[in-house]
Design a binder for this molecule. Structure first.
Ligand SMILES: [Ca+2]
Ligand SMILES: [Ca+2]
Ligand SMILES: [Ca+2]
Ligand SMILES: [Ca+2]
Length: 330
């Protein structure tokens, strides 16, 4: 009865897993080194009921991202070093796989646990992992005057892999916005540009090193402001345009999202438009989460941290004319 072939068959069943096994508990884990570059490990849920515990070191103030790909339906959990569960996910990724994105607030060791969705789940999966530096910080704020068609002003920011650039300008003129990584842009050589028929332009651009930003008058003269926010947006209301007929006139819009919200607007020189933003109810001049109320028609209101529906209101403190506005959430 104890033939050699039986022993071989038993061996195959018991040790069918992957090269990271055994990693079946908090005390018997495998490891991964998480960086800003996307990395992967080829793993399996094998045998059925397999749990894979993976320990990693995480740095504070970064968003850690984990997900699996493949036909094996996985379920993921994140734990701190004391084995307290921080979050879990079932199906946020593609193909019934999990996806976890979690902001780590204190440096230290953490555990990821992967298991099959059901007691009969078995098969290979690929685990992907990386961290991202969260955005949403105001990293530059400039203002000035363009003297006429073709006039420009160029400035730069360094050290951010992605920057969202927003410009508001005199809406009785048409200003445009250009950006290029590594050298100043021109109207024919740039990595990103905004060139609508308004003086309100915005975009996100990714690269490395120094980002040069140029504001330019396509036609007309007047005042401008330009802001750089780190990172890319996770919600964008889209550009809203209209006109305010006089002092006290308002226009209110909204967008859904979470994290840090910023509203921006643009208006005509000679008028003074202000900007208010508030989570989950329309702002008024006395109730808001952030506002911009300089003496100009170009304003920024933010950051406003929160989640849900973010309202933003453009208001004429004095004067009338066309506006352009947007709410961006980082
Ligand atoms: Ca495994
Ligand atoms: Ca395992
Ligand atoms: Ca323009
Ligand atoms: Ca104002």
């Amino acid at each position: 009865m104890n033939s050699g072939s039986d022993c071989g068959w038993l061996d195959k069943v018991e040790f069918g897993g992957d090269s990271y096994e055994p990693d079946n508990s908090f005390d018997q884990y495998s490891t991964m080194s998480v960086t800003s570059s996307l990395q992967s490990q080829s793993r399996s849920i094998d045998p059925t009921g397999d749990n894979d515990y993976i320990r990693f070191y995480a740095q504070a103030d970064k968003n850690y991202i984990f997900y699996t790909e493949g036909s094996t339906d996985t379920y993921g959990y994140l734990y701190d070093s004391n084995q307290n569960q921080l979050t879990y996910d079932d199906d946020s990724g593609s193909g019934l796989n999990f996806r976890i994105e979690y902001p780590i607030t204190s440096s230290g060791y953490y555990f990821l646990r992967v298991r099959g969705y059901s007691s009969s789940t078995k098969g290979p999966y690929t685990l992907y992992y990386k961290y991202e530096i969260p955005g949403g910080d105001l990293i530059t704020s400039k203002s000035g005057t363009l003297s006429g068609t073709g006039s420009t002003y160029t400035f730069s920011v360094s050290g951010y892999p992605a920057v969202t650039v927003v410009m508001g300008g005199n809406e009785n003129a048409d200003f445009d916005l250009y950006a290029k990584w590594g050298s100043p842009p021109t109207t024919s050589d740039y990595d990103a540009r905004g060139y609508s028929s308004t003086s309100f332009e915005y975009f996100t651009t990714s690269g490395s090193g120094t980002l040069y930003i140029m504001v330019r008058s396509w036609s007309g003269s007047g005042h401008w402001k330009c802001w750089g926010i780190s990172g890319s947006t996770n919600a964008d209301s889209g550009r809203k345009t209209g006109s305010l007929s006089g002092t006290g006139g308002t226009a209110t819009y909204s967008v859904g999202g979470f994290s840090k919200g910023y509203a921006f607007n643009s208006g005509p020189d000679g008028s003074d438009f202000d900007l208010y933003t508030k989570w989950n109810s329309p702002p008024t001049t006395s109730s808001y989460d952030a506002r911009g109320y300089s003496g100009w028609a170009q304003e920024i209101a933010g950051p406003a941290p929160g989640s849900g529906t973010l309202y933003f209101m453009v208001r004429s403190y004095s004067g009338s004319g066309g506006y352009a506005t947007v709410e961006l959430i980082f």
